[in-house]
Design a protein around this ligand. Structure first.
Ligand code: NDP
Length: 260
């Protein structure tokens, strides 16, 4: 899985998502993260097919939505995602939210999908330590990825430590806190110090925590900016300053209290 991928949440399923994904692939992104509920799998699939980039060079991930989990139709939902994405496999299939009373059964279906070879990896999203522990106690296959909201205002060091101890790769959803983290004075000062932008500081901070990230932007200049994080290093001292911004503050729902 690429350390830096491209997320497409809230990009409409028309020429918008097609242009955005094509731009990202042209710029050099090789990871694309979508989900059934984003409603844009068709456009993502079209963009990938028309990009000229060989499918096997792209790490494509999507997620099963909560309604399909509750209706016990995960295999069907997976087939529908493949059909919309116009591909015969995904690189990563994830449980989007750990629906109470459902996610263990869903994980067992995910295991079967993985064993079929149609998902090269399976993972979860929005899982806290207690969700992961429940999955681990009731399954054969350890989730390969946990995609969770992660940025300097929501560091979750215990979750990160737990994932690392179990070999579960963390991936940062909303790594820029939907733009809000970029106005933090500490982040802005750090950007000045390193001659980088606030977004580059935050995405590099992910990387140095060994957390993969999937920032979203519909602007080509920002898509270019966000991938330029491999040519500098934040000092240990400055990493600690960024870590200290942690307030446990979320822009998205809490994994124990979501209403979807
Ligand atoms: P991000 O944290 O990636 O922030 C996106 C926002 O930041 C947009 O408003 C974008 O504006 C702006 N932005 C992006 N780059 C820059 C930049 N360099 N400078 C200034 N502003 C910038 O938000 P998302 O919530 O979209 O998260 C990213 C991805 O994570 C999603 O697309 C999705 O794939 C995944 N995700 C997964 C979730 C889950 O439940 N599993 C939940 C949320 C997200 P503009 O587009 O106008 O440039």
């Amino acid at each position: 899985m690429p350390w830096l991928g491209y997320g497409v949440f809230k990009i409409p399923d028309d020429h918008h998502v097609e242009h955005a994904v094509q731009a990202a692939l042209e710029i050099g992104y090789r990871g694309i993260d979508t989900a059934t509920v984003y409603g844009n799998e068709r456009g993502v699939g079209k963009a990938i097919r028309e990009s000229g980039v060989p499918r096997e060079h792209i790490f494509l991930s999507t997620k099963v939505w909560t309604d399909d989990m509750r209706k016990n139709r995960v295999p069907e939902a997976f087939e529908e995602s493949l059909e919309r994405l116009q591909t015969d496999y995904v690189d990563l299939y994830m449980i989007h939210w750990p629906v109470k009373g459902c996610y263990i059964e869903t994980w067992q279906v995910m295991e079967a999908i993985y064993l079929s070879g149609c998902a090269k990896a399976i993972g979860v999203s929005n899982c806290l330590v207690h969700h992961l522990e429940t999955v681990l106690h009731n399954s054969e296959i350890v989730p390969m990825v946990n995609q969770v909201e992660f940025h300097p205002l929501l560091v979750q060091p215990e979750l990160l430590k737990f994932c690392q101890s179990q070999g579960i790769q963390m991936q940062a959803a909303s790594p820029l806190m939907r733009g809000h983290i970029l106005t933090e004075v500490t982040v802005q000062k750090m950007a000045e110090k390193y001659y980088k932008t606030p977004a580059q500081i935050v995405l590099r901070w992910d990387l140095q925590h060994e957390v993969a990230a999937i920032p979203k932007s519909v602007h080509v200049d920002r898509i270019v900016e966000n991938i330029k994080i491999f040519d500098f290093e934040i000092s240990e001292e400055d990493m600690k300053i960024l870590d200290a911004l942690d307030e446990g503050k979320r822009i998205g729902s809490h994994p124990d209290h979501f209403t979807y």
